[in-house]
Design a binder for this molecule. Sequence first.
Ligand SMILES: [Mg+2]
Length: 170
Amino acid sequence: MTHTDTLNKILAMKGKTAIYWDMDGTLAEFDRISNYPKDFYINKRPINAILNAAKLLSESGNIDHFVLSKLPPESEYITFAEAERTKSVWLDKWTPFIPKQNRIFTTDDTIMENGNYFGKYDFFKTILENNNDYDNIVFIDDDIRHIRGCEVLEKEFNNFTIINTLELVD
Ligand SMILES: [Mg+2]
């Protein structure tokens, strides 16, 4: 799908929608590194096409926006607290239209037998099984291990939609 088709698909959803935005590789550039320099997250390059889409969608009154971001494993270079603090500084600057209380940081690095991540699957499974607040739940992510991990939920719950970040870039 193109950027415009994807925006229209989301805007056409009936009722109240929640969008969960991935951060690294979706709102911000993704770097594959293991030794995190100081202020690594603060200095990440914003992905303007995606930020503009998020801002546009935030102007629709029927959509609540959340950031759902997995923190890197703790190491000698970065702690969960420092990753969360610096990611928050970045989000303060680049996503002021998403309420601070709508930031969710996961620390689960479990990989399932099929090679997919467990953490975001587990998060959405809980949300979907207990959700009374939203007619539609949209998950936007660039990592195929999160996307594939959640696909079983997309088949099970017809109010759950996964969008690959690339579908929001023309
Ligand atoms: Mg990502």
